[in-house]
Each structure stands twice: as C-alpha cells, then as structure tokens.
Design a protein around this ligand. Structure first.
Ligand code: B12
Length: 225
C-alpha cells in the first residue's frame, strides 16, 4: 500500500465515523514512515472538512459531528506520544483557549501538542473560555503569548473582547496575540488588533517560535526548568 493510500484510508475512516479502525490505521501510517503532522493535516483535517460539508448538506447531523470528533481524538492518542519530546528546553510560555461560546477543541489541542513539542510551556484554559478567564491567566502565568481558537463565525468576535480587555488591564503590550481556526483570516486579525492569524497549526507554531527567537521587546525568554 502506498503512503497516499494509507492517508486516504485515514481520511475515509474519519468521514465514515470508523472509531474501530482509526488507531490501527494511525499505527500503520507511523510504521510506514508518515509523520504525525501529515496524518493530522492530510488524514484527520481533510476527513473533518468532508464531515463539515456533509453536515452543511444535511447528510450528517450533530450526532455525526460528535462521533467524527471522537474518532479524531482516538487517533490523536496514538500520535501524541510521537509529538511530545519529553524533556525539552523551555523556549517560552503560551496561554491558549477556545473562546467563549465555542466548544470546538480539536484544532486547539493540535496546536497545544505541537507547541509543547517544540518547547513551549503551554497553559490550556480549555473551551468556552470567557475573556475574564484569559485576563486572569495572563496575570497569573505571565505568558509571552496568548493564543485563541474559534471555529464559528458567531464566536470569533469574542477574540476582540479578549484583546479589548487585555488593553483595559494594561496587559496588551506585555503579550503577543495569535489567533486561529477555520473562519480566521489575516484581515480579521488586523481588524481586531491581534498580532497574527495562523493558517494552520504549523504556521502558528512557526510564528510563535519566531517571536521568542527574535527576542521581541514584549517576549521574555523563560529559563529552562
Ligand atoms: C467536529 C466538529 C464539531 C464537534 C467538535 C468536537 C470537538 N471536541 O472539537 C461538535 C459536535 C462538538 C460540534 C458542535 C457544533 N458545531 Co461543529 N464542526 C465540527 C467540524 C466537522 C470539524 C472541526 C474540526 O475539528 N476541524 C479540524 C481541525 C483540525 O481544524 P481547525 O479547528 O480549523 O484547526 C486547524 C487550524 O484552523 C488551526 N487552528 C485552530 N485553532 C487555532 C488556534 C491557534 C492559536 C492557532 C495558531 C491555530 C489554530 O490549527 C488546526 C490544525 O491546522 C466543523 C467543520 C469544519 N470544516 O471545520 C464543524 C463546524 C465548525 N461546526 C459548526 C456548527 C454549526 C456547530 C454547532 C453549532 C452545531 C449544532 N447545531 O449544535 C455546534 C456548536 C457547539 C459550540 N457551541 O461550539 C459549523 C460552524 C458554522 C459557523 N457558524 O461558522 C461548522 C463549520 C460545520 C458547518 N460546515 O456548518 N462541531
């Protein structure tokens, strides 16, 4: 079986809500030398895209969205140990969360795992995070970066509320703000005063890395612990 075939099978397992075979397919893919990232981007994400389209066409309903999410989570359990590199030198600290009203966390969790893999200390606030909780976490953990995820056009505006509240609390110039999620664009990031919008998880991780390695004025390197 070619590498393309294996990735195609993983994509189809997500679309067909095949929780039974997803872990076996992920193991096969890793054994064949496919990277966890390729499995995520070309298998899981492509599959979830199709699930979303089916939902829009009313071929799938909420129950199927839930199961598709679970299938990916099962698959991620196999990939995560390959993404976590154990003891790595800490290069910075990120507070991450999915904004208020939004329960989507698959993308946010991928970003978290990759950030940890490259050496960030990541504080995950979870889903449906109100602006006050982001502010509280910034005060408490003093991160270099605040990262927010939103998957719905109806919740993305919450990101602006977090940025406004950072400003009101005199914290905006102490952190970089990166946003991501399917509906997020660079134009939106500019409009709401975020520092960057990520196209995907890797783009986001690269942007965060560039901020800490640039030694940006508001980015404080934390000591390896
Ligand atoms: C799975 C899913 C669910 C699952 C979520 C499970 C979970 N634990 O996350 C469940 C069933 C809970 C769900 C619920 C709902 N969903 Co839903 N869901 C999806 C689906 C199919 C996939 C989302 C996903 O995980 N994609 C894969 C990940 C990997 O992609 P991603 O999140 O975009 O993340 C990538 C990048 O964007 C980036 N990224 C993401 N966040 C961040 C953050 C940072 C900082 C960075 C750097 C990068 C980054 O990195 C990731 C990897 O590259 C999408 C369809 C779609 N095409 O997106 C609909 C979709 C998002 N859902 C939708 C809807 C309507 C709903 C519901 C309202 C349905 C309902 N009637 O109840 C509810 C809302 C619940 C709520 N309050 O949040 C709509 C949203 C439409 C809109 N208004 O914009 C979509 C687009 C489906 C559709 N086509 O209509 N959903």
């Amino acid at each position: 079986m070619s590498l393309e075939d294996i990735l195609e099978k993983i994509k189809k397992a997500v679309v067909n809500l095949d929780a039974e075979n997803i872990q076996r397919l992920c193991r096969e893919a890793l054994e064949a030398g496919i990277t966890p990232y390729e499995i995520i981007m070309r298998g899981f994400s492509k599959g979830l895209e199709i699930v979303g389209e089916k939902y829009e066409r009313e071929e799938y309903y909420l129950a199927e969205l839930v199961v598709a999410g679970e299938v990916v989570k099962e698959g991620m359990k196999i990939l995560e140990p390959y993404l976590e590199r154990g003891e790595v030198k800490k290069i910075g600290r990120v507070v991450i969360g999915t904004v208020k009203g939004d329960l989507h966390d698959i993308g946010k969790n991928i970003v978290k795992t990759l950030l940890r893999a490259v050496g960030f200390d990541v504080i995950d606030l979870g889903v449906d995070v109100p602006p006050e909780k982001f502010i509280e976490a910034v005060k408490k953990h003093k991160p270099d970066i605040v990262a927010m995820s939103a998957l719905m056009t109806t919740t993305m505006n919450e990101m602006e509320n977090v940025i406004k509240m950072l400003r009101e609390n005199g914290l905006r110039d102490k952190v970089k703000v990166i946003i991501g999620g399917a509906p997020i664009t660079k134009e939106f990031a500019e409009k709401i005063g975020a520092d960057a919008a990520a196209e995907d998880a890797i783009d986001g991780v690269n942007i965060c890395k560039s901020w800490v390695s640039e030694g940006d004025s508001c980015v404080r390197r934390i000591k390896a612990t």
